[in-house]
Write a protein that binds this ligand. Structure first.
Ligand code: ATP
Ligand code: MG
Length: 599
């Protein structure tokens, strides 16, 4: 089932671009279609751009990486063709929708670098739309369809309707109400609106053709247009007790907004005949204007090691498996933001995934690669000791402090130097000492069998030679001892006299800044946690979050929330946007320096 359909070509220009909305995408079938439409002037209309797309989320949950793909695709095409992309909420299902979701969705689209306010011939145009803004128009069009003989009120029970719908191999049966007179349907539809019937007692259905119930396409078998539902709507309140269905609302909303290319995922392919029938029928009746929008389908983004189903994401939040929708391990846009992933990295990733018509899987490692590629040139370097062990330089004077320096960024001298002192006691990583070294270990180990202990360079400082170590009553190593060579300091002529294979990072004990660091990793151990009937909750990675008390280089005291760094030898980290404060930082690991999965 696994098939990688992404070209994943390197695009350093995109990584370096300042404006996240400025990445350049490769050609794809949608761009070819748009090029043809522009050549034939299919959508040449006064005062309107020739490319109008839309991003149409339902405000019933948080956006995830798949939506990021759709956002970057729709807004990206609009940007590249000097058109526009409308931000539209498909808010026709009042029971599941909330203002909270509207707010966070708008915030996520903005954070990705896009905007729905465009300059127009008569000043700024705000293209934030809601399907609920069209309720009155949608209703008028439904009356038109009834009057034209293309819709009727059906009074079958839900069970009867289901039974008469047939299935893929059995044609459906006409409802006994299908030939209700136009006058009766109209009167009943008006009574539905007026609240004269109970929820679910009648529905309005389309009648696309005389033999539509026998159509091989289930979506053409007299699809429902309106149902009675007494539910409070987050925008229209209690003004309506009938609500239009998605398949009715979406094509009309597209047409009313002058959308040209209505881009959706492949599962809507079978809905396209109804989409076309509906808007053409309404245009024939003078209810909509031509040229009409055209629907195009592309393969959804599927990524390994994550689940994106709204239901499963909600389950993980509600069962406390993660700390919330914005848990840094979640594939939600708010989660990825909190993790420290940049909008630029997501643009690079969605561009590289490509836009195709065949389903496939993108490996999460390609997202991780894009994150590294984006952050490497940007992130200032810093030192962090994540699992501290004390190193005591016994021959270093107790009151001495020697200034050391290192570039803020090794490839950009102009960004200046960091300064940090070396003192008699420094923190090093537990990993950088071994009581009994394994073969090929070049870091600190004590004298063994009469041979001296190993020498390493304390990065940007001095070369030291291990002389011994201390253990506590339980046999745990609690300190390592060494001597330093006074003439070995990095950047001085003497340093060349010392050839060592190990080069370890450290932080001076008296100036170290203690901080919480959260080491995040993939949430699941299985590449396809919800495929083939697997129970995704049994496949969680128990190591997906580890919290350590680390020691950081003093400069981190001024880290701003959402500021990102490369902690040398460890990876990329961000000061948490919720819990971190200047003076008291809390860091999240965004990604390690190298991909260590599958090795
Ligand atoms: P639901 O099951 O609730 O409809 P949804 O994920 O389709 O969930 P919508 O709010 O309807 O959510 O999605 C908004 C837009 O994002 C739609 O145009 C949809 O096609 C697109 N989209 C959703 N998931 C993906 C994905 N994995 N890849 C690409 N586009 C996606
Ligand atoms: Mg949907």
């Amino acid at each position: 089932m696994s098939k990688d359909n992404s070209p994943l070509k390197a695009n350093p220009a995109a990584a370096a671009s300042k404006n996240p909305a400025e990445t350049t995408a490769a050609p794809n079938f949608l761009r070819n279609i748009i090029d043809q439409d522009q050549a034939s002037q299919k959508y040449l209309r006064p005062g309107l751009p020739q490319v109008i797309t839309r991003f149409p989320p339902e405000p019933n949950g948080y956006l995830h990486i798949g939506h990021a793909k759709s956002i970057c695709l729709n807004f990206g095409l609009a940007r590249d063709y000097q058109g526009r992309c409308n931000m539209r909420f498909d808010d026709t299902n009042p029971a599941k929708e909330e203002q909270e979701y509207v707010d966070t969705i708008l915030d996520s689209v903005k954070w990705l670098g896009f905007d729905w306010v465009y300059p127009g011939p008569n000043g700024e145009e705000n293209h934030l739309h809601y399907a609920s803004d069209y309720f009155e128009r949608l209703y008028e069009m439904a009356e038109y369809l009834i009057k034209a003989g293309f819709a009727y009120v059906d009074s079958q029970s839900a069970e009867e309707m289901k039974a008469n719908r047939g299935d893929f191999s059995t044609p459906g049966k006409n409802s006994p109400y299908r030939n209700r007179s136009i006058e009766e349907s109209l009167t009943m539809f008006r009574a539905m609106r007026a609240g004269e019937y109970a929820d679910g007692s009648h529905i309005l259905r389309a009648k696309p053709s005389e033999d539509a119930m026998a159509s091989p396409n289930m979506n053409m078998r007299d699809p429902a247009l309106y149902r009675i539902r007494r539910a409070h709507h987050h925008r229209t309140g209690d003004a309506w007790c009938i609500y239009p269905m998605y398949d009715y609302t979406h094509p009309i909303s597209d047409a009313l907004e002058n959308v040209t290319h209505s881009i959706c995922t492949l599962e809507f392919q079978d809905h396209r005949p109804f989409y076309d029938w509906l808007i053409n029928t309404l245009a024939d009746g003078g209810m909509l204007q031509r040229p009409l929008p055209q629907q195009y389908e592309f393969a959804r983004l599927n990524m390994t090691y994550v689940v994106t189903s709204k239901r499963k994401l909600r389950q993980m939040v509600e069962e406390g498996i993660v700390t919330g929708w914005d848990d840094p391990r979640m594939p939600t846009i708010v989660g990825m933001r909190r993790r420290g992933i940049t909008p630029e990295a997501l643009h690079l990733f969605t561009d590289r995934c490509g836009t195709t018509k065949s389903d496939g899987w993108i490996d999460i490692s390609s997202l991780e690669g894009c994150i590294r590629e984006d952050l490497d040139p940007k992130a200032p370097r810093a030192t962090a000791v994540l699992n501290p062990l004390k190193l005591i330089i016994d021959n270093f004077p107790a009151d001495l402090s020697v200034d050391c320096t290192s570039p803020v960024h090794p490839h950009f001298e102009e960004r200046g130097l960091r300064h940090f002192p070396i003192t008699r006691e420094v923190w090093i990583e537990q990993d950088d000492f071994m009581e009994v070294p394994v073969k090929g270990y070049f870091r600190l180990y004590p004298p063994i069998d009469g041979k001296p202990g190993n020498r390493v360079r304390l990065r940007h400082g001095f070369v030291v030679e291990c002389t011994g170590f201390d253990k506590d009553a339980d046999g745990k190593v609690i300190a390592v001892h060494c001597n330093y060579f006074e003439d070995s300091k990095s950047g001085t002529p003497g340093s060349a006299n010392y050839k060592v294979k190990g080069n370890i990072h450290w932080v001076s004990v008296p100036t170290a800044l203690a901080a919480e660091v959260r080491l995040f990793d993939r949430l699941f151990l299985d590449a396809h946690p919800d495929a083939g009937g697997k129970d995704f909750l049994t496949l969680l990675n128990p190591q997906s979050k580890q919290v350590v008390q680390a020691y950081l280089e003093l400069g981190m005291v001024s880290a701003q929330p959402e500021e990102r760094f490369q902690f040398e030898r460890h990876g990329y980290f961000v000061a948490d946007r919720v819990d971190s404060q200047v003076g008291q930082p809390v860091f999240n690991r965004i990604v390690t320096l190298k991909d260590s999965w599958g090795k």
